[in-house]
Design a protein around this ligand. Structure first.
Ligand code: PLP
Length: 414
């Protein structure tokens, strides 16, 4: 039975029985500032008193306009157009729709295949799930997903977590580039691979191929965006500007549902009408209350120079985790970037997910929250992704509790 949450304070959550839980995974890697941040809650309270909702075709709002300005300033290159949605899944869905419409607009309806990677996770709505290389979450849904998108998947070599340049090139050749609408990538993985990092050479090569063959490069930065990896965006590590970048999760840090789709000016210019009239959206998308939460969050990230801080704290946490890995044989590796980290685990192929769920349960008993990830024994892992403003002492407490949790795991009888 799940505990009943009572309140939250910084990196801590409390249940109604008075137990405290250190949040080692920022909820679902989204509560990036922790709980009760006054800069956010007071801004939301003010917005609530002013107006919570105004329909996007009838009004814009001051926080929304300001948030768009901030996002387009932070984003690399000419990602100068923003459309809002309510969740990462809806953002990806919107990106897929936009890629398809972009080619249809130029009389290239045959350019409709979407290439993604397995493992990957892009969301639970039908298009996003069709694009996801996550067999566990797709199980039983083939009849629904088969009609959703013409999706192809590139798979890493045996034993690897990420496809290399040659595999991507081969997959694109097999599809025939003239059929390709878009490639969707996760710069750093989450639920599917447990923080597997894409090789920057892959991202750079995909950018070149997108330019050469006219398909769109879509970066799913729902988890990796806005400071989580120690840069503003995961793509920044490779110096790559995607055509479409999807942000979610940390954009409003769990204070309100919000996501955003950033679009390059050159792509938006292909339409003879504003993107807002191309991409009909969702009722609540970009409503003033969520926009206020998003704006306050992004301003907090800027004011506290969070990407630089995450570089430092990520290095510190990684060293502590490497020490744990050396002491606990169940840990296979430590992977990720910044504070989007994971412990890869030695998993039993006959029971996946198994050891990751055991560890999550053991951690909960130690008052530590972790997020299980992986689609098979090779990828099975737990995400260690605390709030981006965690202090050193909080990170050390996290590792102490994780150490105890690993020690309490019952070893396999083998
Ligand atoms: N894309 C990535 C990389 C994610 O990690 C997730 C959620 O875990 C999603 C998309 C879907 O986001 P949401 O759960 O907000 O729909």
């Amino acid at each position: 039975m799940l505990p009943t949450v009572s309140h939250g304070d910084g990196v801590w959550l409390y249940d109604t029985d008075g137990r405290a839980y250190l949040d080692g995974c920022s909820g679902a890697v989204n509560t990036n500032l922790g709980h009760g941040v006054r800069e956010v809650t007071s801004r939301m309270r003010e917005q609530m008193d002013a107006v919570c909702f105004a329909y996007r075709t009838q009004f814009t709002s001051q926080p929304l306009t300001e948030l768009s300005r901030r996002l387009t300033e932070l984003a690399p290159g000419s990602l100068g157009h923003v459309q809002y949605t309510n969740s990462g899944s809806e953002g990806i869905e919107t990106a897929l729709r936009l890629a398809t419409l972009y080619h249809a607009e130029a009389y290239r309806p045959f350019k409709c295949t979407v290439l993604t990677e397995e493992p990957s996770y892009h969301g639970m709505t039908a298009g996003a799930l069709a694009a996801s290389g996550h067999p566990v979450r797709r199980r039983g849904l083939v009849p629904l997903l088969a009609n959703q998108a013409t999706v192809a998947k590139v798979r890493p070599r045996h034993g690897e977590l990420r496809a290399d340049v040659e595999q991507w090139e081969r997959a694109i050749e097999e599809i025939r580039p003239h059929n390709l609408a878009a490639v969707v990538i996760e710069p750093v993985g989450g639920a599917s691979s447990g923080a597997a990092v894409s090789d920057p050479a892959v991202l750079r090569r995909l950018r070149e191929l997108a330019d050469r063959h006219g398909f769109l490069l879509v970066a799913d930065e729902v988890m990796s965006g806005l400071g989580r990896t120690g840069a503003w965006f995961g793509c920044d590590h490779a110096g790559v500007v995607p055509d479409i970048m999807v942000l979610g999760k940390g954009i409003a840090a769990g204070y309100a549902p919000l996501s955003a789709v950033l679009v390059r000016d050159e792509v938006a210019a292909a339409f003879d009408r504003p993107l807002s009239s191309v991409l009909f959206g969702h009722t609540m998308a970009g409503a003033p209350l969520a926009a206020a939460a998003g704006l306050a969050t992004v301003e907090y990230l800027i004011a506290h120079d969070i990407p630089a801080r995450v570089q430092r704290s990520g290095r510190h946490l990684r060293i502590l985790l490497e020490h744990l890995a050396a002491r606990h044989p169940v840990v296979r590796d430590v992977r990720g970037l910044g504070l989007q980290l994971a412990l890869g685990l030695h998993a039993d192929p006959a029971r996946t997910p198994g050891v990751s769920l055991d560890l999550v349960t053991a951690a909960r008993d130690q008052g530590l929250l972790l997020y299980p990830a992986g689609i098979d024994a090779r990828t099975e892992s737990v995400m260690v992704a605390p709030p981006l403003n965690s202090t050193e002492a909080e990170l050390e407490e996290l590792v102490l509790r994780l150490d105890r949790s690993l020690s309490s795991l019952v070893p396999d009888p083998a």
